[in-house]
Design a binder for this molecule. Structure first.
Ligand code: BTN
Length: 273
């Protein structure tokens, strides 16, 4: 039997007409918003559109993903209408490619702002862009390059219950006592902030300082100054103090008695000194 979108009253569907009216406006970044009841992965859909030459500004949203992708080849899973799963297609043509590392961090700043503003929770980022509330993860970002386009995919756990979480280190806005778990204003705030930051950063040709992005990221990110262990994609571990975010968005780690290293990707764990 087909499931009615109203089966779970705590999880009402998104309103695509109102979202489009608010977000797809003349002169704005967002050119189209596709809302799917179910799809394999919104990142995969946006990547297909990128390969077909669709211009930047496409937003793909799904109420449910059947093969949601996470960072470092993990999966991203969430029940229908329990979270946000959204991907955007960007083509930052005037920005040098070595600055593209800022894009997932930029999305993290937008997500943090939306969650703080709408859900009224004290959310922070763990480099590169895990969204943590009270030390547990409730959102993440996956950036994927497709030729000269970049797909930014954002997942946010909104009303997941404990038995629906992927593990003990995860949480949802509802479980953290959010002031609101209404996904329409959350998505509007997220996409508005994302457009604002992207336009500032792109117009500054990707410069993290003249755009103000580095300062905003450092305000939101709790990783700097911490003793960390970074699990690198090649399986190695890097242990040291996280000292800065470099000009290309990489995390600089200072190991004891060895030269500092900048890492572009990896999993950070905070360790006690
Ligand atoms: C992470 O591992 O922290 C990143 C998770 C990113 C999940 C989002 S959900 C929307 C978009 N579509 C996907 O398949 N993945 C991203």
């Amino acid at each position: 039997m087909a499931q009615s979108p109203y089966t779970d009253l705590a999880r009402p569907p998104l309103n695509p007409v109102a979202l489009r009216r608010a977000l797809v406006v003349p002169g704005g970044l967002w050119t189209d918003l596709a809302l799917h009841e179910a799809t394999a992965s919104t990142n995969a859909d946006a990547a297909t559109a990128a390969r077909e030459g669709v211009p930047e500004g496409l937003v793909v949203v799904a109420e449910r993903q059947t093969a949601g992708r996470g960072r470092l080849d993990r999966r991203w899973e969430s029940p229908a209408r329990a979270g946000l799963a959204v991907s955007v297609l960007l083509r930052p043509e005037k920005v040098p490619a070595h600055r593209y590392g800022w894009l997932p961090l930029l999305a993290g700043v937008a997500l943090t702002g939306a969650v703080r503003g709408i859900a009224e929770l004290d959310a922070v980022l763990k480099w590169p862009n895990d969204l943590l509330v009270d030390g547990r993860k409730c959102g993440g970002i996956l950036a994927e390059a497709v030729h000269d386009a970049v797909i930014l995919g954002i997942g946010l756990n909104v009303t997941l219950r404990p038995d629906e979480l992927p593990g003990p280190d995860a949480t949802s806005l509802a479980l953290e006592g959010a002031g609101s778990t209404d996904r329409d204003p959350l998505l509007r705030a997220l996409l508005r902030a994302l457009a604002q930051w992207y336009e500032r950063w792109r117009d500054a040709e990707g410069d993290p300082d003249t755009s103000g992005l580095r300062a905003a990221y450092l305000d939101d990110c709790a990783t700097l100054g911490q003793q960390v262990r970074v699990a690198l994609p090649d399986g190695a571990d890097l242990v040291g103090v996280a000292t800065e975010i470099d000009d290309d968005g990489r995390l600089v780690v200072q190991p004891e008695g060895a030269p500092a290293q900048a890492v572009a990707s990896g999993d950070v764990v905070y360790v006690r000194r």
